[in-house]
Design a protein around this ligand. Structure first.
Ligand code: GDP
Length: 365
């Protein structure tokens, strides 16, 4: 499964956020026996469409789809030249698909920071510098090798060398590869380099509870947002401490609590949704059997591949998919009405599944 790794300097609120995630995960009714790595927190992906589908095509239970966060431990500073724990930190980041970079954006004299002050930009740069240095090392290794082959006029090597020439100076400046604009062919090459600073990132400002209703009013969060924008990255404001409290409440209490805070959705729910989109994930549904269920797929997947997410037999024996869109069901009010309107589609092997598709697969066993 795809996962987003939580990173940040010491004392910024990573463990607090990760606790909120594991507590929210522990509340999940449908996965009582999920045994996973203690560094992995599984949460449900909130999706208002599930309840509506279940209302129109009733089933015994509703099963949301899930998403995983990984807590990335290890030493940050000096990681790029360090041994042991520092290397482990970089290794762990290499294995995640997206980065949730937690940055301190609250004042509290009792909780010390690495630099002795609250300075979001400096914090971000401390971590990003380690990642850029590690990437620079990988790029430099590749650079000499590829340069040699490119001299023989090898087309692939020439294309890769051009990309390396574009990346190298940015890393030397302590910048991130994600801030560079690449065309489609270049993007493929960049992907093959497995660089840390090319991974999609969400900068999470851990703000004070008092700033929850209007995070933009926090100068700390504003700095984080501006930085993220420059890097083609996303920013989000969360009060980790509050999220930890909310995670223990049932749905009704959670709603009351959030209303009292003046927000419509918990920070954790926003983080889950943002991570999901950042990774190019989307949701399809199955309905009409014993359960109404959401499933995660990667945008760009075709019907047989998506069928394989449910069961490998579905992919192997795929015949066709009967598809209606959530929007049609919602607007027309019943599966029958969708059918009568001619909007129940029969789709074959080449069909690109869309977010919100409600699918029944036909397959040979
Ligand atoms: P980590 O080292 O990044 O994992 O940081 P922790 O999650 O352990 O948090 C460090 C300290 O900051 C703990 O004492 C937390 O209770 C506290 N903390 C975390 N989030 C907040 C917050 O939003 N506001 C305040 N005042 N304290 C927080």
């Amino acid at each position: 499964a795809l996962t987003a790794g939580i990173v940040g300097l010491p004392n910024v609120g990573k463990s607090t956020l990760f606790n909120a995630i594991t507590k929210a995960g522990a509340e999940m009714a449908n996965y009582p026996f999920a045994t996973i790595d203690p560094n992995v927190g599984m949460v449900e992906v909130p999706d208002e469409r599930l309840a509506r589908i279940d209302e129109l095509i009733p089933a015994k239970k509703i099963i949301p789809t899930t998403f995983e966060f990984t807590d990335i431990a290890g030493i940050v500073k000096g990681a790029s030249k360090g041994e042991g724990l520092g290397n482990k930190f970089l290794e762990n980041i290499r294995q995640v698909d997206a980065i949730v970079h937690v940055v301190r954006a609250f004042d509290d004299d009792n909780i010390t920071t690495v630099s002795g002050k609250v300075d979001p930009l400096e914090d971000i740069e401390t971590i990003n510098l380690e990642l850029s240095l590690a990437d620079l090392e990988s790029v430099n290794k590749r650079y000499a090798k590829v340069e040699k082959v490119a001299r023989t006029k090898d087309k692939d090597a020439m294309a890769e060398f051009a990309v390396l020439q574009k990346i190298k100076p940015v890393l030397e400046d302590g910048g991130s590869v994600r801030s560079i604009t690449f065309d489609e062919d270049e993007q493929k090459i960049v992907k093959g380099l497995f660089l840390l600073t090319a991974k999609p990132v969400i900068y999470v400002g851990n703000i004070a509870e008092a700033d929850m209703a209007d995070p933009d009013a926090s100068p700390y969060y504003q700095q984080i947002k501006d930085f993220a924008a420059q890097e083609n990255a996303e920013a989000l404001a969360i009060s980790a401490k509050t999220e930890e409290e909310i995670a223990e409440l049932d749905d009704a209490d959670k709603k009351d609590f959030l209303e009292a805070e003046g927000v419509s959705e918990s920070g954790l729910d926003r983080l889950i949704k943002a991570s999901y989109h950042l990774l190019g994930l989307a949701t399809f549904f199955t309905a009409g059997g014993k359960e109404t269920r959401a499933w995660t797929f990667k945008r760009g997947m075709k019907a047989p591949q998506v069928a394989g997410i449910i069961h490998s037999d579905f992919e192997r024996g795929f015949i066709r998919a009967e598809v209606m869109s959530y929007t049609d069901l919602d607007q027309l009010g019943s599966a029958q009405a969708v059918k009568e309107a001619g909007k129940l589609r029969l789709e074959g092997k080449e069909y690109l599944v869309q977010d919100g598709d409600i699918i029944e697969f036909r397959f040979n066993v």
